[in-house]
Design a protein around this ligand. Structure first.
Ligand code: UTP
Length: 294
């Protein structure tokens, strides 16, 4: 039987050291691409996939995130008095249903696997989605929706994968592929950040996962892995052969917004695609390209 998928975990407890000084007092996930923080893109993607309950795994200094998904009475009052109805609507629309949003504190940033494990008591015997908000996926159909639609047919673990240049394998978790069925690729193995000569393929795992609840038992038993952190990849690797396990070639473009250059690229790409700002952003990008003689 395919277990229901109604809950999503958003691990937001990382330190964001690659993005200092911006992330000294502000969570990385609150960085803004065009006009929305990264975390809001991820939450909207989860809702598009039919997710009903959202769980943030936070850490110290992350209160801006909680405030973002709550009322701001002073602001709402000012907007009301000034008759700014569209802005008020915008704020109202993004408020989660009361009781369908939860926060768990990861007291120490011991790694992504540890962050996911911190949410274990809120999941029960159901599948769960995990979304890393600093991986922004832009496309016609939300990445997690593509995955969830497939999950509801095939079950098991499904993780989003994309082809990367061979020399970049050491930046990602890399999949050892089994039977390749096009969009779905059977997972035979997973290796965290292998050097190009040890990489079993060029298929890299990105920050979208649908996982069976057994993952929590593996995480509980796990010792720290690469970089001294508790890695989600290691626990997922232990599930190979125990549940159906597929990589999913999603449609869309992924931007690594935890990295400064990736973040700037995302702002340009989504700026150009923006229905209102697009024209002027395109003009600005063209001007820069002309000045630089690109
Ligand atoms: P990263 O590997 O990007 O680490 O985490 P980081 O600490 O956020 O950033 P850098 O590398 O220092 O710049 C991937 C995801 O896992 C979460 C992060 O918030 C991010 O969404 N994470 C990571 C946690 O929630 N807890 C952790 O202990 C580590």
């Amino acid at each position: 039987m395919i277990k229901p998928l109604k809950k999503a975990i958003f691990p937001v407890g990382g330190l964001g050291t690659r993005f200092l000084p911006a992330t000294k007092s502000m969570p990385k996930e609150m960085l803004t691409v065009v006009d929305k923080p990264l975390i809001q893109y991820a939450v909207e993607e989860a809702y598009a996939a039919g997710i009903e309950e959202i769980i943030f795994v936070t850490g110290r200094g992350k209160s801006a995130l909680e405030d973002h998904f709550d009322h701001s009475y002073e602001l709402e009052d000012t907007l009301t008095r000034r008759g700014k109805k569209p802005e008020l609507e915008l704020l109202k629309k993004m408020l989660p249903v009361p009781g369908n949003i939860a926060y768990v504190r990861q007291q120490e940033p011991q790694g992504l696997g540890h962050a996911v494990w911190c949410a274990r008591n809120l999941i029960g015997d159901e599948a769960v989605a995990v979304l890393l908000a600093d991986d922004l996926v832009h496309g016609d159909v939300a990445c997690l929706k593509q995955m969830a639609d497939t999950y509801r047919q095939v079950g098991g673990n499904i993780i989003a994968v994309m082809e990367v240049p061979h020399e970049h394998t050491s930046r990602y978790g890399i999949l050892k592929p089994g039977a390749d069925k096009g969009k779905l690729v059977e997972v035979q193995g997973l290796v965290e950040k292998p050097s190009p000569d040890k990489a079993p393929s060029d298929l890299a795992v990105i920050g979208r996962y649908i996982l069976q609840p057994e993952v929590f038992a593996h995480l509980a038993a796990q010792e720290p892995g690469a970089g001294g952190e508790i890695q989600l990849t290691d626990s997922m690797a232990r599930m190979i052969g125990q549940v159906p396990f597929h990589g999913f070639r999603f449609e869309g473009k992924r931007y690594d917004c935890g990295d400064k250059a990736g973040f700037i690229e995302a702002n340009m790409a989504l700026g150009v695609a923006h229905p209102i700002l697009g024209k002027s952003v395109r003009q600005a990008v063209a001007d820069i390209a002309r000045t630089l003689k690109l």
